[in-house]
Design a binder for this molecule. Structure first.
Ligand code: SF4
Length: 340
């Protein structure tokens, strides 16, 4: 892998280009979201299907059966209405997502994973946020587009898919046209992801663990590994790899796999890169994040993740990455900023 530095496209991010080097000042090609091509009838069918599943919720792998249509919250903390913490323009995502004008991030409240180190725990675990009508969320999406966002970036969306589909549909009728980014832990149910086919253009999918014991201990999800790997294969089937056009601009469609290095857990890196290279594609863009710091419950020494990463740990992962055959991606600067 060529580790030479590309232009500083995202704050705190250092690009690690492979075969492609972006040459244009316009980093991201202006392309309409795929959902513009979906018929109203098909869109409505998907929304109906998704909402029906909230009667005994099985939208995510927890399948906790909450009667969300009656207003009951599930294991993820979400009930019927969209529950949103904040929306804004965000410049710290990967270059194809943040581009030059920023990504229109919508931070959702609640989460179906329970990571003891979550940096967004006030919203994900303590459920800070505002329940709002779908129409209000749709208006927020239009607002982000008017501010110049390259895309709408739903952060932690897995448990609110019906509401997001409904909001995108409503916003489309008001002129929304920018692509949709699904920014997920990858703890996603396959049948729910299928509802997003032809609607989401960029998947930002984590692969957090390759060890089920670690997934249970740190996120309370013993089936995370098999669920996430299956989900990433489906995401890749839908959108393929990120590509670059003749002008050297990223085409905003494809899968980016994120891997957050955890202290004392760098042994999983080899399996992460191995999965991506063998089950997805050698052309897959990987985003390696080194900005870990112990948040939420992670200061508990018994969890083994109560400190930041060391240079040695980062170097070990970089060497593993270099040997993997993967040629595209970015690494977050050790002193990098906070990411969604
Ligand atoms: S999305 Fe929430 S309510 Fe639905 S199954 Fe998952 S945890 Fe339960």
């Amino acid at each position: 892998m060529d580790h030479s530095e590309n232009e500083p496209l995202g704050s705190g991010a250092v690009a690690v280009p492979g075969q492609h080097v972006t040459t244009s000042l316009e980093v991201v090609a202006e392309v309409d979201g795929s959902y513009l091509r979906l018929s109203d009838a098909e869109f409505r069918t998907r929304i109906r299907t998704a909402y029906r599943r909230m009667a005994a919720c099985d939208l995510c792998p927890r399948r906790c059966g909450a009667h969300r249509l009656a207003g009951h919250a599930g294991h993820c903390g979400a009930a019927l209405k969209p529950n949103v913490f904040v929306w804004n323009l965000h410049h710290g995502e990967e270059p194809p997502v943040s581009g030059t004008r920023g990504s229109g991030t919508v931070f959702l409240s609640g989460c179906n994973l329970h990571c003891c180190y979550c940096q967004n725990y006030p919203l994900s675990q303590l459920h800070h946020g505002t329940q709002m009508p779908v129409g209000r969320l749709a208006a927020a999406l239009i607002e982000l587009q008017e501010k110049g966002a390259h895309n709408i970036n739903f952060v932690t969306p897995s448990h609110q898919v019906p509401q997001l589909l409904a909001a995108v549909f409503a916003a489309r009728q008001q002129g929304l046209h920018i692509p949709i980014v699904y920014n997920t832990s990858s703890y996603d149910e396959l049948s729910t992801l299928v509802l997003l086919d032809g609607i989401v253009d960029i998947y930002l999918g984590d692969l957090r663990y390759t060890d089920e014991g670690v997934a249970m201990r740190l996120s309370g999800a013993p089936d995370y590994v098999q669920v996430a790997e299956r989900a990433l294969v489906e995401m890749h089937r839908q959108v393929g790899d990120i590509s670059v056009d003749e002008q050297g601009r990223y085409v905003p469609r494809g899968l980016i796999v994120r891997y957050l290095i955890l202290p004392r857990h760098t042994g999983m890196a080899e399996e992460v890169f191995d999965f991506v290279s063998r089950k997805l594609s050698l052309q897959t863009y990987v985003s390696v994040m080194t900005q870990y710091f112990p948040a939420y419950k992670a200061l508990d020494h018994t969890l083994g993740i109560s400190r930041k990463l060391t240079d040695t740990e980062c170097g070990r992962v970089m060497r593993t990455w270099s040997r993997s055959g993967l040629v595209h991606g970015w690494v977050q600067d050790m002193a990098g900023d906070e990411k969604a």
